[in-house]
Design a protein around this ligand. Structure first.
Ligand code: ZN
Length: 179
């Protein structure tokens, strides 16, 4: 249903509202771009660009002129067609809800949370309906493991370098450590 609304332009993005209601701001509420069209909000906005690439969809937008119709067509023509289309549509719906939260509830946008919600919705509802395989199986790829880093102060007389070692202030490089 949401995909149909996107494809038919039945979604109240600011650029559409401003055509009918004078003095309505037309800029994107997420990045401030001056013309918040459907293609901008759901494909080319900086937030929208990051979502399909950082999500299990692993999709990178290649053209700055890509339209929502072409985007759905690309997903449907992929070997994983319906699976990608379902996940992608869910992701865009979650982006729309997050955009509404920014405008109406003054919340910050959180791409990681959008991806997480879309992934959970996909597993909870779309997999059983579409007869996909076990939802515990990763959708398209194993999500990248989050690399955690930590910092600890060097012992007295040493300074940390950016090259992964500690340097004694009077004796030079002294040890190679994970810092
Ligand atoms: Zn934007």
């Amino acid at each position: 249903m949401f995909a149909w609304r996107l494809l038919s332009g039945a979604i109240t993005v600011r650029s559409a509202i401003s055509k009918h209601i004078p003095n309505t701001p037309s800029e994107c509420p997420l990045c401030g771009f001056s013309n918040a069209t459907i293609d901008h909000l759901f494909i080319h906005c900086t937030i929208a660009l990051s979502l399909p690439f950082a999500s299990p969809l692993d999709y990178r937008v290649q053209r700055t002129t890509l339209t929502i119709q072409e985007l759905f067509s690309e997903w449907l023509n992929d070997p994983l067609g319906m699976k990608k289309f379902c996940f992608g549509s869910t992701l865009l719906w979650c982006l729309w809800k997050a955009r509404n939260d920014v405008i109406f509830r003054y919340k910050d946008i959180n791409p990681a949370q959008i991806i997480s919600v879309a992934t959970n919705l996909n597993c909870d509802f779309l997999y059983p309906l579409a007869g996909f395989e076990d939802p515990s199986v990763p959708l398209f790829k194993t999500p990248a493991t989050m690399v955690t880093t930590s910092w600890s102060p060097p012992p007295s007389g040493f300074i940390n370098s950016v090259f992964g070692c500690r340097i004694h202030v009077s004796q030079g490089i002294n040890e190679s450590l994970e810092i």
